[in-house]
Ligand binder design. Sequence first.
Ligand code: SF4
Ligand code: SF4
Ligand code: SF4
Length: 453
Amino acid sequence: MIHKYSQNGFNIVMDTNSGAVHLFDDAPFAMLDYLDNAVPNEPPKAMMDNLKGRFDEETLREGYWEVLDLYKKGQLYSDDVYGKFASLMKNAPIKSMCLNIAHDCNLRCRYCFAAQGDFGGERMLMPFSVAKSAIDFLIRNSGTRHNLELDFFGGEPLMNFGVVKQTVAYARSLEKQYDKCFRFTITTNGLLLDDEKIDFINREMSNCILSLDGRKDVNDRLRIRVDGSGSYDTIIPKFQELVKRRPKEKDYYVRGTFSKYNLDFLNDIKHFLDLGFDEISMEPVVSDQKLDYSIQEDDLPRVFEEYDRLSQFMIERAKAGKGFDFFHFMVDLNQGPCAIKRLRGCSCGNEYVAVTPTGDIYPCHQFVGSEEWKMGNVLTGALNQEIKSAFALTNVYSKPDCKDCWAKFYCSGGCNANNLQYEGSIRRPHSISCKLEKKRLECAVMIQAALSV
Ligand code: SF4
Ligand code: SF4
Ligand code: SF4
């Protein structure tokens, strides 16, 4: 299977199964329309007859040998070597945990998937006793894995900063005994940041996600406080201070959400750069189509245009020595993630779980509160292996739409939680997200092409 497209003057061909990416001249690029998953040793007569009005004989012959050579090397229409193993994918040890340390929030973002921080239940903070049991549970269920990831999540995790600190200290105290290494991440809206918290985050957290939507009017339209006022003015100096003091070797992301109200989100990305942030993520809101801010099917052409503009902007910045990271365009075309990750993506419910303040375990933070997906509880140690095994087998080959999708090994089957919420099944991809993912992937590959020539 291949995917071919032209963008920004490049004819790009991606070979799905081998992961090879090629830049073609016009003649071989046109030939691919006449080949059906195989390249015969001699050029098909019908193809040559049809193309001879556009290209001279020699160009066609040379182009064909180039295509044939790639085919023989296994870089074009290559065989699928993963499909036969997909149904054998096993339950794996848990290596990542999302600790919902606060089911409460000091913001009331209109698009919040966590029901403005309480996940549709009672507002509460996780007691240290539960966090401690969660760490014990993670270690116990991680098999021989050395590196473990723990995300402090909410609601707003800094509302429970004391327990965050205790939990980090507790986990670190067990590393040597159990031969584990914890990598911590925190996601914060920034309102409660102060010097002590900034220092702690910059010292202990390998990554931190700073939530901000962009320009003041954009941010303050949807990221509002309890009294309805905006959050931008309070947050900006705090985020700037955190990033200024953050050691260069440690990651961070300023993460925005774009909605129907800022389809010109490149301006928000430029605003982040003006504020001094250069590790940026900007994700489309995924929401009920009836909501005023939701991105609809007929918004997609406008969003695609904006991704094109962003790509162009990134190329210009990189060529001027002022490149920046845009999370959704970061694709590794050389080594890529390991085969299992390519097939299974986030591995929610199998290698990754979320834990609530009462200790309940869910496949990930977006499943929290949905009783039928509750997998167990860290206080009792119970874990539903049936659900875990079902997630182990949820991969691009068990999702009918993904199986034959050219983007499958980069997208890895989309977000299971969004699939469930908006399409009714973890194995039925969310249609709008698919289209956006494919467009982002095309842009990401084109940017790498443009920067490599
Ligand atoms: S800061 Fe996060 S958890 Fe709080 S309301 Fe906004 S989106 Fe929800
Ligand atoms: S979720 Fe969509 S884009 Fe991703 S692999 Fe499946 S069909 Fe392709
Ligand atoms: S299911 Fe979606 S929200 Fe949950 S961890 Fe995976 S990608 Fe993230």
